[in-house]
Design a protein. Structure first.
Length: 277
C-alpha cells in the first residue's frame, strides 16, 4: 500500500528539521514514510546547497558568550550567515546558542572541533548543513573559544555582532569592575594586555612606521630612533588594555581604575571577536 502523507507527519518532520512544509512533504514521499530516511534526505539536500554556496561570503551573523561553573568557565562563539535579516531571526540566534551550549560540554578547543561534536546523534556540521538547506544561505562557525580562570566576565554588544570574555585572577570586589573591563575591550579593541604582551612583529611594524614618519618630517638621523621609541610608547598607551584610557574616566588608565577599586585584582587574559573585523 502506497504511503499517504499526513499533516501530522509533515509537522513532526518540520519540527525535527526546521525545513519548509513542501520540503518535508517531498522528503516523506521520497522516503515512503520512513521518518529517519526523510530526515536524512533533508540533510543531504542541505549539504548539496552548502557545497553550491561554499564560495559565497557570510559576513553577517551573531556572537554569543556563556559563563558557567560559578564564573570559572567561559566560552564565546560566532555563527555566520549571509544576510542580517537571517541573523536577526530568533531561530538563527537559538541555533547559535544551542551549538554554544553543546560545545561547552565537550573538550572542543576551536571552531573546527566544534563542528565535529555530536548533538542528538548528529554532528554540528550536519546540523549546519541541514539549516543551510532550510534557510538557503551559507552558514559557518568562524570563531570559538573556551577558557577557565578563577573568575570570568563577558559582554555582548546589543546587536550581537561583537563580544568579549575577560579572565581574572579572582572574583572582583565589585562585579561592575569586570563588566567595565569587558566593555573596555569591546569599545577600544586592544591588541594585547600590556606592552610586554605585544607581539614582536607588531612592535617592529610600529617602530618602522614611526621611523619613516620622522624621516618624512625631516628629523635628524641621530634622534630618529628616540622619536620612534616615544611613538611606540604612545602606541602602547592606545593599544594595550591596561595602559589605555579608561572609557568611563579618561583621566585614568584601566590599570589605575582596577587598582583603585580592587588592588589584588588582575586581568589574566581577554578575548574579543567582531563580525566586522
Amino acid at each position: 500500500m502506497a504511503y499517504k502523507v499526513t499533516t501530522a507527519d509533515i509537522q513532526k518532520l518540520r519540527k525535527a528539521t526546521g525545513a519548509g512544509m513542501m520540503d518535508c512533504k517531498n522528503a516523506l514521499i521520497e522516503a515512503d514514510g520512513d521518518f529517519d530516511k526523510a530526515v536524512e534526505i533533508i540533510r543531504k539536500k542541505g549539504k548539496a546547497i552548502a557545497n553550491k554556496r561554499a564560495d559565497r561570503e557570510a559576513k553577517e551573523g551573531v556572537v554569543f558568550t556563556k559563563v558557567v561553573n560559578d564564573g570559572k568557565l567561559g566560552a564565546m562563539i560566532a555563527l555566520n550567515c549571509e544576510t542580517d535579516f537571517v541573523a536577526k531571526t530568533e531561530k538563527f540566534m537559538d541555533f547559535a546558542k544551542k551549538i554554544l551550549d553543546a560545545a561547552i560540554e565537550t573538550d572542543a578547543k576551536n571552531a573546527e572541533e566544534v563542528k565535529q561534536i555530536k548533538v542528538d546523534g548528529v554532528t554540528v556540521q550536519e546540523l549546519i548543513n541541514e539549516q543551510i538547506g532550510v534557510i538557503g544561505e551559507k552558514i559557518d562557525i568562524p570563531f570559538y573559544v573556551k577558557d577557565e580562570a578563577e573568575y570570568i566576565e563577558s559582554y555582548v554588544h546589543m546587536n550581537n555582532k561583537l563580544a568579549s570574555l575577560v579572565l581574572f585572577n579572582k572574583k572582583p570586589a565589585d562585579l561592575q569592575i569586570g563588566k567595565d573591563i569587558c566593555m573596555q575591550v569591546v569599545a577600544m579593541n586592544p591588541v594585547a594586555l600590556d606592552k610586554n604582551d605585544v607581539p614582536e612583529d607588531i612592535k617592529e611594524k610600529e617602530l618602522e612606521i614611526a621611523r619613516e614618519q620622522a624621516r618624512n618630517e625631516g628629523k635628524p638621523d641621530n634622534i630618529i630612533e628616540k622619536i620612534a621609541m616615544g611613538r611606540l610608547n604612545k602606541f602602547y598607551q592606545e593599544a594595550t588594555l591596561l595602559n589605555q584610557q579608561f572609557i568611563k574616566d579618561h583621566k585614568k588608565s584601566v590599570k589605575d581604575y582596577i587598582q583603585e577599586n580592587d588592588k589584588d585584582l588582575q586581568v589574566i587574559k581577554f578575548y574579543r571577536f567582531s563580525l566586522a573585523d
